[in-house]
Design a protein around this ligand. Structure first.
Ligand code: K7E
Ligand code: CUA
Length: 620
């Protein structure tokens, strides 16, 4: 017995010693350091990449640091977030327009010359056909554009162009355009798809509608922008060219080929500017049956999902999800067919290019290919949903598969470091797995989503780390941390909000009829005024300015027995409406821990009964 224990101890010591050796097979990777070393970011040090993961039907964006895989923050976008008062203060409430959910699939970082420039992050809300712009100087949602008229469910969205001239949206469902009651059986006659080009103001990122194009009534799925030689084009996949309107899981998988649509967005914009559009639902809509040269179709096999343009901009890679191959189309071949006027008929007026004319290669990646990303060494990485793998393959002849790695489980998108730009960095790819099953402590029937960090720097892909995410990232993007320079405070001198006050003597209460405006200051650890008198039935607007100019000192403002709470960051002014529903005394307090006397940061609202004399306004 004793001898067994001794043998075990010697074995354990031997293993521990071996694991310290550089290059010890199995324990150490190609770079000579262990997987643990390569994800470890020392306390106090920072990650080298920001990752932006869409929150799916949670309607927001998760921010992670890589390589540590630490969750840093969540940016509320389409869903109210009481912790910071998003959707509770007047400005964000107006932006949400009464909607309380969104389905966010595809983050799209703004680009200059085809590379991330760190200015804005766009993200779609599929369900209500909206696009949000997050300002990366403060990680706040600053615009929600839409619902985009005529367009149902913006899934192929936003996929910015190389200089962020446009973000795009295409309809997942076809519906009657303009929408009206039409028997579903008349689907093939009256239903249409829509591609919308949304213009982005180069100065401040403001979105506005550029053009819409009537498309055949297929289900438009994903998109990517051309770059380099294909700059000026946006590519879209579709399924259901069978035009089924029920039992799609069977009926929409009949055809050998569906399509990629290639949209010449400069030609489309020019056609609108030349007055060739018809106004439908307030949008300028182009009909390709009448306006030529704006859109073409290219057949690709079997219900393609992702379409991804390689870093050189020469190749358009379609992942036919019911096909064991990635179909690579050549932009040059596509262009030659268009220039020669060589088409194989049309669909709803959209010319169809022959499959063979645009085809460059077929890469046998494996089962269930969905999405492709790229590195800096001419390799592509395709997620395989059915095989639960990532396949690495060479872009260019002989188009061979070089490596495969298992992921756990059922991967959807994948995110390589700057992997959809003109200059991917080739450091990492993150597998965004749809199922995590047994990878984490059991929390009941719904498991977290699984994400896995994989090192791309060696000759073989190497799994470094597993981390769970909340529901439900689809696409994600990873940008070098050095490209972002977020602010630390809102400088008070540039606070131009109409209800801002800059000193205690400006704090006041004003009354106009039954509207009461409270100009309030918040500073450690006091609200001025902290005694508010109003009358039953008054509409009270609290305009709270946080006078602090210290990093990380945010104050909260929450009112008891109400739906009202917000957070005010240093130098910021926010407004919030509260209705004095009934007579009595209502306390309010700072809901965000700010200092040793945070618990003392509070006040009272005295609500006088109807019929009592009007509460006096003025200085506190
Ligand atoms: Cu593949 Cu919505 Cu881009 Cu999910 S989508 S995976
Ligand atoms: Cu201010 Cu807590």
């Amino acid at each position: 017995m004793k001898r067994w224990i001794l043998v075990l101890i010697i074995l354990a010591l031997g293993l521990a010693w071996a694991s310290q050796l550089p290059g010890c097979a199995g324990l150490r990777g190609a770079s000579g350091t262990s997987a643990a070393d390569r994800v470890y970011v020392k306390p106090g040090e920072h990650d080298t990449y920001y990752g932006f993961l869409s929150g799916g039907h949670h309607g927001n964006v998760y921010v992670y640091g890589f390589p540590s895989c630490r969750h840093i923050t969540t940016i509320p976008v389409f869903t109210p977030e009481p912790a910071v008062g998003y959707g509770y203060d007047e400005e964000s409430k107006e932006m949400l327009g009464g909607r309380t959910w969104g389905d966010a699939h595809h983050p799209g970082l703004s680009e200059t010359d085809g590379d991330y420039d760190g200015r804005w992050l766009f993200i779609n809300d599929m369900v209500s056909a909206r696009i949000a712009r997050i300002d990366l100087s403060d990680f706040k949602t600053r615009q929600i554009f839409g619902p985009i008229p005529n367009l149902s469910a913006a899934h192929a969205c936003p996929f910015p162009t190389p200089n962020t001239e446009y973000v795009f949206a295409a309809s997942r469902f076809s519906v009657p355009v303009p929408n009206r009651t039409v028997a579903l059986e008349d689907y093939g006659k009256d239903f249409r798809g829509i591609v919308a080009g949304i213009k982005v103001d180069p100065k401040d990122g403001t979105m506005s509608l550029g053009f819409e194009i009537l498309m055949p009534p297929f289900d438009w799925d994903l998109a990517d922008a051309g770059k380099g030689p294909s700059h000026g084009w946006e590519f879209f996949t579709c399924y259901n060219s069978e035009m089924a309107f029920d039992s799609l899981e069977v009926k929409a998988s009949q055809h050998e080929m569906d399509y990629i649509a290639a949209v010449d967005w400069r030609a489309a914009q020019k056609a609108v500017d030349d007055g060739q559009a018809t106004t439908i639902g307030g949008a300028p809509v182009l009909d390709p049956a009448k306006v030529k040269g704006i859109v073409y179709l290219m057949p690709v096999p079997k219900s393609p999902h992702g379409v991804d343009v390689d870093p050189t901009g020469q190749y358009i890679c379609a992942s036919g999800k019911l096909q064991a191959e990635v179909t690579v189309l050549s932009f040059a071949r596509m262009k030659a067919a268009i220039d020669a006027g060589r088409f194989d008929g049309d669909q709803w007026g959209v010319p169809v290019i022959r499959h063979e004319d645009a085809l460059e290669a077929k890469v046998p990646v494996g089962l269930g290919p969905l999405h492709t990303q790229f590195d800096d060494k001419g390799n592509a990485y395709t997620s395989l949903f059915l095989d639960s793998q990532i396949a690495k393959w060479k872009v260019g002849p002989p188009w061979t598969v070089e490596d495969k790695i298992d992921v756990y489980y059922s991967i959807g998108h994948l995110m390589a470091s700057e992997g959809d730009t003109r200059h991917p960095t080739g450091d990492y790819v993150v597998a965004l797995d749809k199922l995590s099953k047994d990878r984490y402590l059991n929390v009941g029937p719904t498991h977290p989503e699984g994400a896995q960090l994989i090192d791309l720097r060696g000759p073989k892909m190497e799994l470094l780390y597993d981390f769970p995410t909340y529901l439900e990232p689809h696409y994600a993007q990873m940008i070098k941390a050095e490209k972002l320079k977020p602010i630390k405070i809102y400088p008070l001198e540039s606070n131009t909000k109409p209800y801002a006050i800059k000193s205690a003597d400006q704090a006041r209460i004003e009354r106009k009829g039954s509207r009461v405006d409270v100009y309030m200051l918040a500073v450690r650890t006091h609200f001025s005024p902290d005694k508010i008198r109003v009358n039953e039935g008054d509409d009270v607007y609290f305009h709270v300015t946080n006078l602090e100019q210290d990093d990380d000192i945010a104050h909260g403002f929450g009112i008891l027995w109400s739906n009202c709470n917000m957070q005010i960051e240093p130098g910021e002014t926010k407004s919030m409406h509260w209705k004095a529903e009934k007579a009595g005394v209502v306390p309010f307090y700072c809901s965000n821990f700010c200092s040793a006397l945070h618990q003392e940061m509070q006040g009272y609202i005295e609500v006088r009964p109807r019929g009592a004399s009007l509460a006096v306004a003025g200085q506190p």
